[in-house]
Design a protein around this ligand. Structure first.
Ligand code: PEP
Ligand code: MN
Length: 369
């Protein structure tokens, strides 16, 4: 790994070596003092983890699952810090958790995906943390609502908690394939545009949902110039009381970090711009042609709408839509393109085509009325 870091605000008192990602690692849940110590000792020996994570109160979707060891776990983490020397971060889901975490001297806290989603909780927690200057990690809300994510960060900031970072842990997926949570990376780009100095970490464990995919997701996060990683580590992952499928052994985690390639957002901006300029111009020309083609297409769509109306036919014609999609997907496959890309593209084109035709129908009715 080698690269110069993007310019961003510092987070906490721990900084990675220049150009290295922040690394937060530890078990999904603190399960016992032994498990905490064993994990922390391995991470400390590896030397690349700045902050030890462990869930103390676990937000489980269904009741009856392991809900965390609570206050006992906070004590284990204090013992771990004294004996092993790693600072720790825990999840706080309500003001009482926040008070207990502060009383235990937690080095940082995080708001989970099920908390960020609710402005009432966020506000109450922000008030409970007020005056502490504790660093706070804000995970994205479960659903892909960037406003709630930004809103939670703003609520904390307004309470004087300015040592903040975002954690991208993916979004609820109706079809969790191949990942448990849909990465929707474009939302991290938008967050970066809105808050350019905010460090954004990635939690590849909760995105992937299975250990074999954690490394590739972590690498994508680095390829996209995210600032750090939060990864779940367990000495015996298969026996973990929560998220057993996605946790890594410390050894596998070390190997992941060894292989991780790190890129700069803009290594040498002048040289980069020069070496990309010809291809970027070519892309700009193609994109300009796209817009011309959209305009031409729109004119034909409008004619079609009038013809359909004359015939008393509906805007949406199922057979035609299925046929068109099949043709384009087959063409994509023939030309070595990802049919899903082409499908998504034409779904968008078709959505606007239908919208435009529906508007023609509406205008016509208004004129006749
Ligand atoms: C966790 O980090 O263990 C956790 C519960 O995360 P999330 O809030 O992202 O589901
Ligand atoms: Mn977990």
């Amino acid at each position: 790994m080698s690269a110069a870091a993007r310019r961003h605000r510092p987070f906490g008192h721990w900084s990675p070596e220049s150009g290295e990602p922040w690394v937060i690692a530890g078990p999904c849940s603190a399960e016992s003092l032994d498990q905490v110590l064993e994990t922390a000792r391995a991470l400390k020996a590896d030397g690349r983890t700045q902050l030890f994570r462990a869930g103390v109160w676990k937000p489980r979707t269904r009741p009856g699952a392991f809900e965390g060891a609570g206050y006992n776990a906070l004590e284990w983490l204090q013992i771990m810090r004294a004996e092993v020397g790693l600072p720790f971060v825990v999840e706080v889901g309500n003001p009482l958790h926040a008070e207990r975490a502060l009383a235990a001297g937690a080095d940082a806290v995080w708001l989970g995906a099920r908390t960020t989603v609710n402005p009432f909780y966020v506000q109450e927690i922000a008030e409970a943390l007020k005056g502490s200057a504790v660093p706070v990690l804000v995970k994205n809300p479960i659903h892909a609502d960037l406003g709630l994510w930004v809103g939670a960060i703003e609520r904390l900031d307004k309470m004087g908690l300015s040592d903040l970072a975002a954690v991208h842990r993916g979004f609820f997926a109706t079809h969790p394939e191949p990942y448990r949570n849909d990465p929707r990376w474009e939302l991290t780009f938008e967050l970066r545009r809105l808050a350019p100095e905010l460090p954004i970490f990635c939690d590849p464990s909760h995105i992937a949902g299975q250990r074999d995919l954690v490394e590739s997701v972590a690498q994508i996060a680095m390829d996209l110039a995210l600032d750090g990683l939060m990864i779940e580590i367990h000495p015996q992952p298969d026996e973990a009381l929560s998220d057993a499928a996605q946790q890594l052994t410390p050894a596998r985690f070390g190997a992941l970090l060894d292989r991780l390639a790190r890129y700069m957002e803009s290594a040498d901006p002048v040289a980069l711009a020069q070496s990309l300029s010809a291809d970027r111009e070519a892309l700009d020309q193609i994109d300009a042609q796209f817009v011309d083609l959209i305009q031409q297409r729109q004119a034909i769509v409008e004619r079609l709408a009038h013809r359909k109306l004359e015939q008393g036919a509906s805007v949406f014609q199922m057979d035609r839509w299925v046929d068109m999609l099949e043709q384009r997907e087959a063409q994509a496959a023939n030309q070595g393109l990802d049919p899903n890309y082409v499908k998504a593209f034409f779904e968008l084109v078709h959505r606007y085509s239908v919208q435009h035709q529906a508007a023609v129908y509406q205008d016509q009715r208004r004129d006749e009325a």
